[in-house]
Write a protein that binds this ligand. Structure first.
Ligand SMILES: Cc1cc2nc3c(=O)[nH]c(=O)nc-3n(C[C@H](O)[C@H](O)[C@H](O)COP(=O)(O)OP(=O)(O)OC[C@H]3O[C@@H](n4cnc5c(N)ncnc54)[C@H](O)[C@@H]3O)c2cc1C
Length: 269
C-alpha cells in the first residue's frame, strides 16, 4: 500500500516499529496416557524480565495432542533441534513444562518463527487520502503474534468496513474518516502488546511516555498476580483477547491487591 500510495502521488504513511527481538519454536507431542501432573489442561510459564527472558506454553489440540511453544526475547531464541528444544524447556522458571514433555512422544519437527516486531502504519495521518481506498488488518498494523491479537483486529476492521460501506452507499466514497476509526480500533491492542514487549531491556522503538512506563510496571504486577489468582488471570485474558477494555484491570479489587504488593515489596514467583 505505501508503494501504491506513492505511485498515486500521495504521501507514504509514517511507521512506528517496536521490536523486542522475540522468536518462538513449536512442536506437537502426543499427550502421554500417564501424566505425572494431570491437574491442568493448558500450561503457561511466563518470562520475568530482566531475570528470565524465556517462556513456554502447552495447549491441547484435537487428536489427543499438545502443541508446545517455547518463546525467547532479546534474541534469546529457542533452538529448533531436539536436544536444544528440551534444554530450553528445562531453563524456564518452572520445571512443569519440561517434566511434561521430556518423556512424551514428539509428532512433528520443531518449527520456528522470528519476525515478531510490532509495526504500525499511520494511514490516518496521510494528509491527502485518495477516496475509495481502505486499508485494513495487517496492512495497517502487525502485532507480535505471541499475544494472539491480529485476527481479532482484522475481524473488527471487517465489521467497521461493513458499517462504513452501508452508510456510504450511494452517498460518498469511503475515505479518511474510515482510516481514523481503523487507527482507533487497534490503539488498546497496540498499547498492550508493545507495553509487554518494552519489558525487555533490548527492545527497540520510540521513547515511551511516562504513563506507558507506569502502565508497564502495573502490568508486571497484574501478570504476577494472575499467576496466583484464577479470577485475575481470567480478566487478563479477557483484555488480551479484546473481550474487555484494558481499564477493567484497574478495577478496585485488582488495584488494591497490587498497591498492597507494591507496599510489601512482594515479588512474583
Ligand atoms: C507466525 C504467526 C502467528 C500468528 N498467530 C496468531 C494468533 O495466534 N492469533 C491471532 O489472532 N493472530 C495471529 N497472527 C496474526 C494473524 O495471522 C494476522 O493478524 C491476520 O492473518 C491478518 O489478516 P489479514 O487479512 O490482514 O492479512 P493476511 O492474513 O496476511 O491476508 C492477506 C492476504 O492478501 C494476499 N495478498 C497480498 N498481497 C496481495 C496482492 N497484491 N494481491 C492479491 N492478494 C494479495 C496474501 O496472499 C494474503 O492471503 C499470527 C501471525 C504470524 C505471522
Amino acid at each position: 500500500m505505501p508503494v501504491w500510495l506513492r505511485d498515486l502521488g500521495c504521501e507514504t504513511p509514517q511507521e512506528t516499529v517496536v521490536n523486542a527481538f522475540v522468536g518462538y519454536a513449536s512442536r506437537i507431542y502426543r499427550i502421554p496416557s500417564k501424566r505425572a501432573d494431570a491437574a491442568w489442561k493448558a500450561l503457561v510459564v511466563h518470562s520475568r524480565p530482566p531475570l528470565c527472558l524465556r517462556s513456554g506454553t502447552i495447549f491441547p489440540m484435537e487428536g489427543k495432542r499438545w502443541i508446545v511453544t517455547l518463546t525467547g526475547a532479546s534474541r534469546d531464541y529457542p533452538p529448533a533441534d531436539d536436544a536444544g528444544f528440551l534444554e530450553f524447556a528445562r531453563s524456564l522458571r518452572s520445571q512443569a513444562l519440561y517434566e511434561s514433555i521430556v518423556a512424551a512422544e514428539p509428532l512433528s519437527a520443531v518449527h520456528h518463527y522470528r519476525r515478531m516486531e510490532n509495526r504500525l502504519r499511520h494511514y490516518e495521518r496521510v494528509a491527502r487520502w485518495p477516496e475509495g481506498i481502505a486499508v485494513v488488518g495487517d496492512a495497517v498494523c502487525g502485532f507480535n503474534p505471541v499475544y494472539g491479537q491480529g485476527m481479532t483486529i482484522a475481524a473488527i476492521d471487517a465489521q467497521l468496513l461493513d458499517t462504513h460501506l452501508r452508510e456510504a452507499a450511494g452517498k460518498h466514497a469511503i475515505g479518511h474518516a474510515f482510516q481514523r476509526e481503523v487507527a482507533a480500533a487497534r490503539r488498546a491492542a497496540w498499547t498492550l502488546s508493545t507495553g509487554v514487549d518494552y519489558r525487555y531491556d533490548k527492545t527497540q522503538g520510540p521513547k515511551r511516555a511516562w504513563h506507558m512506563r507506569v502502565m508497564q510496571r502495573y502490568m508486571d504486577h497484574v501478570v504476577a498476580l494472575a499467576a496466583e489468582r484464577g479470577d485475575v488471570y481470567r480478566r487478563l485474558l479477557h483484555v488480551m483477547h479484546m473481550l474487555a477494555p484494558p481499564f477493567s484491570l484497574l478495577a478496585p479489587d485488582i488495584a488494591t491487591r497490587i498497591a498492597l504488593r507494591s507496599m510489601l515489596g512482594t515479588t512474583s514467583r
